[in-house]
Design a binder for this molecule. Structure first.
Ligand SMILES: N[C@@H](CCC(=O)N[C@@H](CS)C(=O)NCC(=O)O)C(=O)O
Length: 216
C-alpha cells in the first residue's frame, strides 16, 4: 500500500479512530489538519460529505471512518476482527452502536443550558448501560484479543475522561465494566499517542466558544 494521507480536524473522534488503527498496525502515514469552520477549497473538492476523516490512498479517496478502518484492516493483515463471520458481524454492530455516543458528546459540549445537557445525558446513559451490560469479557471487548471494537470506543473514553477531569461529570460512575475498559484503553500507547498536542486546551476552547453550560 502506498503511503496514505489522512485529512483530519484536530479534535475529531472519528479521525482519532483511524489514527489509532494506523498506529496499531504501524502503518506509515501523512496527516493534514484542516479547520472545519473554514474548510479549504481543496478539501471540499475532495470530500463528498464535507466531513473528516478522509483518506487519500493510491490516488483514490475514502471517507467514513468505519469504511476507512475496514479497508486499512483488510490490506494490512493480520485482521483486528475476529475470524468467525458471525462474531465479526456482531463486532461490527457494536462498533456502529458506539457512534451515536460521539454525537451525544458533541451535543453535550454544545448545550447552552443545564436542562439541555441533562436531556443529552439521559439518552447517553441508556446507551452506556447497554454497553456496560454487553462488555463482559476482559480485558478487551473480545477477551484477550484487542480488536476493532476497542478502537471504535477509545476516543469516546478519552472524551469522557476529559468531562470527569474538568467538570466532575462522570458518565462511567457505577458502570464498572466500562470503567475497566476505559482504564485499559487510556493506558494503551496507540490511544495515548492518538491525540494531538494541546488536545484538551483545544477542546476547552471549543466548549467556551460555544458558551456551553459546562463552563457557566
Ligand atoms: N460518520 C462519519 C462522521 C464524521 C464526522 O461527523 N466528522 C465531523 C468532525 S468530528 C465533521 O467532519 N463535521 C463537519 C460537517 O458536518 O460539516 C465518520 O464516521 O467518518
Amino acid at each position: 500500500m502506498a503511503k496514505p494521507r489522512l485529512i483530519s480536524f484536530k479534535i475529531c473522534p472519528f479521525v482519532q479512530r483511524s489514527v489509532i488503527l494506523l498506529k496499531e498496525k504501524n502503518i506509515d502515514f501523512d496527516i493534514a489538519y484542516i479547520d472545519l469552520s473554514e474548510p479549504p477549497e481543496w478539501f471540499l473538492t475532495l470530500s463528498p460529505t464535507g466531513k473528516v476523516p478522509v483518506l487519500e490512498v493510491e490516488g483514490k479517496v475514502l471517507f467514513e471512518s468505519a469504511i476507512i478502518n475496514e479497508y486499512l484492516d483488510e490490506v494490512n493483515p493480520p485482521s483486528l476482527h475476529p475470524d468467525d463471520p458471525l462474531e465479526k458481524a456482531q463486532n461490527r454492530a457494536w462498533m456502529e452502536f458506539t457512534s451515536p455516543l460521539y454525537m451525544a458528546f458533541f451535543k453535550l459540549m454544545m448545550s447552552k443550558t443545564k436542562e439541555a445537557g441533562a436531556e443529552v445525558i439521559l439518552e447517553a446513559n441508556k446507551q452506556l448501560d447497554t454497553l456496560d451490560k454487553i462488555k463482559i469479557q476482559t480485558p478487551w471487548f473480545n477477551g484477550e484479543k484487542f480488536s476493532m471494537v476497542d478502537i471504535s470506543v477509545a476516543p469516546l473514553f478519552v472524551r469522557l475522561a476529559f468531562l470527569k477531569k474538568h467538570f466532575g461529570l462522570d458518565l462511567l460512575d457505577g458502570r464498572t465494566n466500562l470503567q475497566a475498559w476505559s482504564d485499559k484503553l487510556l493506558a494503551r500507547e496507540t490511544v495515548i499517542n492518538s491525540v494531538v498536542e494541546g488536545f484538551e486546551d483545544i477542546l476547552m476552547m471549543r466548549i467556551k466558544g460555544a458558551e456551553s453550560f459546562l463552563v457557566k
